[in-house]
Design a protein around this ligand. Structure first.
Ligand SMILES: NC(=O)c1ccc[n+]([C@@H]2O[C@H](COP(=O)([O-])OP(=O)(O)OC[C@H]3O[C@@H](n4cnc5c(N)ncnc54)[C@H](OP(=O)(O)O)[C@@H]3O)[C@@H](O)[C@H]2O)c1
Length: 360
């Protein structure tokens, strides 16, 4: 069996088919070098509790995100080898720090990790550490598979509304206002659509028309074909609304430029729309719109803010105001993370989150 050495910690890791995990070790999917394929490590250290609010969670299902392959291919956000990716999962509480009140061993939960530098919180491993104040109880109506794919989309959408646009999650508080989402069928767009509908927005989604019925079911008022020339999209937006108050792009740098053009032409000088892009920071500046940053890391850097997101969105799930989005499930255990990521990279998702079910 070959061994890998983490140059930072000097720990060694065995490579090979998964074996049963011991008290100290577990199986993880790791990046072992920029030009190396993803590798399954069978004796990777299990995370331990390091502060009183922390939980150790045994993962049952893992959500697969575009950033999980992008950071490997484009060499960002990797600080040492082996490096563990994975930003969301669902599972069962295995251990709890002494200040934890809301969870006990056996609680069913789902999580998102915005702590990109802390491998203990990354989810491509059997066990994960997380601050309990940033953990959701898995609602009764949601299984482990669906729950695993909620975190990133829900938190990104909520951060855009609460932090970027400085709104609150109050029902119908935005009645009469319009939100335009380029990339309405991305998972972020699907949660944004649901939350915006709850806030009372008229939601216009720009997506492939194959997703029109699904987007309308989740709360979109109008869905416009993203493949149309931008002039025709502007005409359709103008027919659907007199003005657009907020815009979000979830797709690409090119679509952020188109979003700015749409907001500028539909509103003219009568209203300066606020917009945010989760994919670009380089589009040309315009006097007709106001750009807002998306600070996803505020979720964990400001624990009170993160806890507020968990509390308020938990209620929305309980009351049926939002629901988990569609999933495409891979059932081959942790090894399937590699297949799922390769497929996500080559084919992309279609208004769904890829999920890997662990066989533990
Ligand atoms: N900055 C941040 O904090 C942050 C946070 C989360 C995600 N992200 C990034 O945001 C993007 C979306 O993430 P995600 O997980 O929500 O994506 P996703 O669900 O994997 O996106 C898949 C969807 O993208 C849509 N799409 C692809 N190209 C498009 C285009 N040109 N215009 C409109 N829609 C397009 C497709 O929609 P159709 O089926 O309609 O074609 C498809 O359904 C990714 O690039 C991700 O890395 C950034």
């Amino acid at each position: 069996m070959s061994l890998l050495v983490d140059r930072r910690t000097k720990d060694t890791f065995a490579l090979g088919k998964p074996i049963s995990s011991s008290k100290q070790h577990q199986t993880a999917v790791a990046i072992v070098g920029y030009d190396e394929p993803l590798t399954v490590l069978t004796e990777y250290p299990k995370p331990r509790i390091t502060h009183p609010h922390e939980l150790i969670i045994k993962n049952k299902s893992i959500g697969i995100n575009p950033v999980d392959w992008k950071c490997h291919q484009f060499r960002f956000g990797i600080y040492h080898f082996p490096w563990i990716n994975g930003r969301e999962s669902s599972g069962i509480v295995e251990d709890a720090g002494e200040e934890v009140r809301e969870f006990e061993k056996g609680s069913k939960v789902f999580i998102v990790s915005t702590m990109y530098r802390d491998n203990r919180t990354s989810t491509f491993q059997e066990y994960v550490a997380m601050d309990s104040r940033l953990v959701w109880k898995l609602p009764e109506s949601i299984g482990f598979s669906q729950g695993a794919g909620i975190g990133v989309g829900l938190v990104t959408a909520t951060v855009i509304l609460l932090d970027s646009f400085r709104l609150s999650l109050a029902e119908n508080s935005q009645h009469g206002k319009t939100l335009l989402i380029w990339g309405g069928a991305t998972v972020v767009g699907l949660y944004l659509t649901q939350l915006a509908k709850y806030l009372g927005f008229k939601v216009i989604g720009i997506a492939s028309l194959q997703n029109q019925a699904y987007l309308q079911e989740l709360g979109a008022h109008t869905v416009i074909d993203r493949n149309l020339p931008v002039g025709q999209i502007i005409d359709k937006v103008s027919k659907a609304t007199t003005h657009v108050d907020f815009g979000v792009d979830c797709a690409s740098r090119e679509s952020t430029e188109k979003l700015v053009q749409i907001l500028s032409e539909v509103n003219g000088k009568s209203l300066k729309a606020k917009y945010a892009s989760i994919v670009s920071s380089h589009e040309p500046a315009s006097d007709l719109v106001e750009k807002r940053e998306v600070r996803i890391k505020r979720f964990h850097e400001d624990i009170e803010f993160g806890h507020q997101i968990v509390r308020e969105t938990s209620k929305l799930f309980e009351n049926g105001k939002i629901k988990a989005v569609r999933t495409k499930v891979f059932r081959g255990g942790i090894w399937s993370v590699i297949d799922a990521l390769n497929l996500l990279k080559s084919k992309g998702a279609q208004a769904e989150r890829y999920i890997v079910e662990l066989d533990n």
